[in-house]
Design a protein around this ligand. Structure first.
Ligand code: COA
Length: 155
């Protein structure tokens, strides 16, 4: 498993993995293009099964470092590759990038019913800063789901 900074060539694979990981509210490839265009204030990382340009993408993550408080923009791991530490590894890369950019803390937003992501963020020192009640609509007209804004100090 290798990690490296994302390039323009990765964007269609990132969009495909995004659709598999976020079936109800996936970012489009165009959104990933606009995100990468914001570099150096955005930093996107990918994980691949090997080092070559054709190696399959198995995860990606991005962080915004516009402000003193950085923001995790997205994080996803291929469903077949979860539970092996890859999500934590990508998150650590975002923290290192934010620290290098001078950020003192990181924020992110997560669905309250996303237990895997909440557990991961908890192990990495995030705590709930506040709750946005009923922020996410559910598929099929189910009850709305809260968004948790979580924060981690970097210093
Ligand atoms: C959230 C996600 C990125 C985690 O990736 P992952 O590679 O499976 O996570 P890791 O293997 O690095 O797990 C790190 C820690 O998170 C926790 N964790 C991960 N998956 C978990 C699960 N399904 N249930 C409970 N805890 C879990 C564990 O504490 C784990 O530590 P451990 O290995 O010591 O037990 C992955 O589930 C995913 O892509 N989900 C869909 C997209 C998504 O929801 N992204 C986050 C949006 S805010």
């Amino acid at each position: 498993m290798r990690t490296r900074e994302a390039t323009w060539r990765d964007l269609s694979a990132m969009a495909r993995l995004e659709a598999a990981c976020f079936p109800h509210d996936a970012w489009s490839e165009a959104t990933f293009w606009s995100e990468l265009a914001e570099r150096p204030h955005r930093s996107y990382w990918v994980a691949t099964d090997g080092g070559g340009p054709e190696e399959p993408l198995v995860g990606y993550a991005g962080v915004s470092t516009v402000d003193d408080v950085a923001e995790v923009m997205t994080l996803a791991v291929d469903p077949g590759r979860r539970g092996c530490g890859l999500g934590a590894r990508l998150l650590d890369l975002l923290h290192a990038r934010a620290h290098d950019a001078g950020s003192t803390a990181v924020l992110l937003e997560v669905r309250a019913d996303n237990e895997a992501a909440r557990a991961l963020y908890g192990t990495r020192g995030y705590r709930v800063a506040h709750t946005r009640r009923g922020y996410y609509r559910s598929a099929g007209g189910g009850p709305a789901v809260d968004a948790l804004v979580m924060r981690k100090e970097l210093v």
